[in-house]
Design a protein around this ligand. Sequence first.
Ligand code: ADP
Length: 616
Amino acid sequence: MILTQKPKKQFFFISGFIFLLITGSIIWLTSIVMYQRGLTRQSQDGADQLELFVTYLQGVLKTYESLPELLATDSNLVSALLNPQEDQRIAKLNRYLETINSISDTADTYLMDKDGLTIAASNWQEERPFVGRDFSYRPYFVEAMKGQLGRYYALGTTSSKRGYYFAYPVRKDREILGVVVIKVNIDSVEQKWGHRGDNFLVTDPDGVVFITTRQDWRYHTLRPLAKEVRQRIIDSNRYPNTDLEVLSDVRKELDSNLKLVQLHQQDPQNKRDHLLLTRNMPEAGWSVHIMKDTLPIRENVMWVNIMVGGVLLLIYMMILLMVQRQYRLVELGLMRAKTRKALQRANEKLEIRVQERTKELTETNKLLRKEIKDRQRTEVALKKTRNELIHAAKMAVLGQMSAGINHELNQPLAAIRSYADNGKQFLKKGRHQEALWNLEQIGELTERMAQIGIQLKLFSRKTSGQIGIVPLHGVIDGALEILRPAIRKSGVQISVDLRPDSIEVMANNVLLQQVLVNLIGNAIQAVEECEKREIEIEAYTVDKMVKVLVTDSGPGIGEDDKAHIFDPFFTTKKSGQGLGLGLTITERILREMRGNIRLANQAESGACFEITLERA
Ligand code: ADP
C-alpha cells in the first residue's frame, strides 16, 4: 500500500467528521438516558422527602385536631354562650382561654356564638382582639355549625398571620350554642423545613401556595387562576392583600403527581426546569409539593458527557496516533526501500566500475607481462648480441693485432734471416766474433718475438669474466704492449702518470686491458693525422674510487657526435677502419665491473675519456 500525503489528509478529515458524528450521537444518547435516570432518581428522592414532610404536617395537625372538641365539653364555654352579657363571666373565660392557648401552644383560641360573633378570645388583651368580631363568613364556622369539626387555613384578617383553624361546635343538649376555634401557627413549619435546601410547598385546592419554604413564592399559584376563582378567593378574604401571581408553567406532565415545571422568574438562571412532586392531603384539604431543581441532574449529565467525550477523544487520539504511526512506518519503509535501491544502484555502478577497472588492470597486467616477457626475451637477445659483439670486437682487435703481429714478426724474422745469413758468412770466414754478435742479435730478436707470443697468449686466454684485484700499471703496460706496433707506426708520444704508482682496482684483468686497448687505439687513430701526437694516461684515487683518464691531442669529438659515441655501430671512421662497437663494448664491460666511462670536458682540443672503477 502506498500512502501519499493526499489520502492521509483525506483520512484525517473523514475520520474527524466520523468522530464528531459518533461522539455527538453518543453524547446525545447518554444525555437523554442520564437525564431520564436523573429525573427518576430525583423523583424517588423527592417522593421520600415529600412523604416525610406530609407525615410531619399530619403530625402537627393531629396534635391540635382534638383540642377544640375537648374544649367544647368545657362547662365554662357553655355557660358563657348561654350568658354572653355577663361581663365577669366573659372576662373569666377570656383569661381561661388565654391560659389554654398558652399551654397548648396555639396561636389563638376563641369562642364564637351561633351567629359567628366572637364573645371571648385568648388575645383579649392584645391590640386588636377578636372579641366582638364576626367571623361567620369563615368556612370553618360554617362547618362547625353543621355539627362537625371545621378545618380551614387562611391568613388572619385581624392579625395577618397565617394559621390553620380547627373549629368545633359547643353543644348543650344537642343544640349548638356556638363554636370554639383554635388557630395553629404554621410559621414554625416553614422555619423547621426551610433550611433543608429543598423547596416544600403547600397549596389549597385552587393551587395557591400557602405554606412554603421559599418566602417569595408565598401566595403564588401553581397554575393560572380563572377569573371567577380569583374573585371567589378575594371575596372569601382568605388571602387579603395578595396578588396571586403564577409561580410556574407546566412544561411536561410526567405523571399525575409528577411534573416538569419552569419557574416564572426574572432571573434567567432560575428559569431552568424543576421537578414538581405532589401529594394530596385530603384530611387537611390541601396538596403538598416538593419542587426539586434539575440543575444537579444537568450538571451530572454534563460531567458524564465531559467524561464520555474525553474518553472518546482519547480513543480517537490513540487511533489517530496509531494511524499516524502506521503512516510513518510505511513512509519509513518507502524511504528505506528508496535508500536501498539507491544503494543497490550505487553498488551496481561501483561493481561495474570495479569490473571495468579490473578489466583495464587485467589488460594492463597482461600487457605488462607481455612487455616483461619481451624485455626478458630482448635481454636474452641483447646478452647474446653483446657476447657476439664482444666476440666480434675481440676478433677485430685480433685482426688488427694479427696484422701488427704479422708486421712485428716479419721484421724480426727478416732480421733473424739476415743475422743468420751474416752469421753463416762470418763463421765461414772464421770471424767468430762477428758471428757471435749476429747470433746474439738473433737471440734478442727471438726474445722479443717470444714477448709478442706471451701478449697474444694473454689476450686470447679465455676469461671467466671474474672480478678481482688488478694492479692498474700492469694492465696499462699490457695494453701498450699490444698496441706497441701501432704506436711505433704512428709515432705517437704516450705518457703514463699513476698517482700513486701501485693503484689497484676491482676489475677483470683481460677485459680491463681490452677497454684500455680500445681507448688508446681510438686515441692513436685520432692523433695520426695531427702534428702533435700525444696521448696521456693518468690515474688517481678519489675516496674509494679510481679515476683513469685517457687524453689525446687529436681533433676531439664533434658536438653533434658527443651524444652518440656510446651507441652501437656509431662511427665516423672510414669503412674498414672501425665498426663503431669499441666504446659500446667498453661501456658495457665497465658496467659489469661496477665501473663507468664518460667523456670528460676538456679545455684544450682532443678527447678525454674518464673511467671510474672501484678501488681494491
Ligand atoms: P670505431 O673506432 O670503430 O669507430 P668506437 O666505438 O671506438 O668505434 O668509436 C666511435 C667513434 O668515436 C669513432 O668513430 C670516433 O668518431 C669517435 N672517437 C672515439 N675515440 C675518439 C678519439 N680519441 N678522438 C676523436 N674521436 C674519437
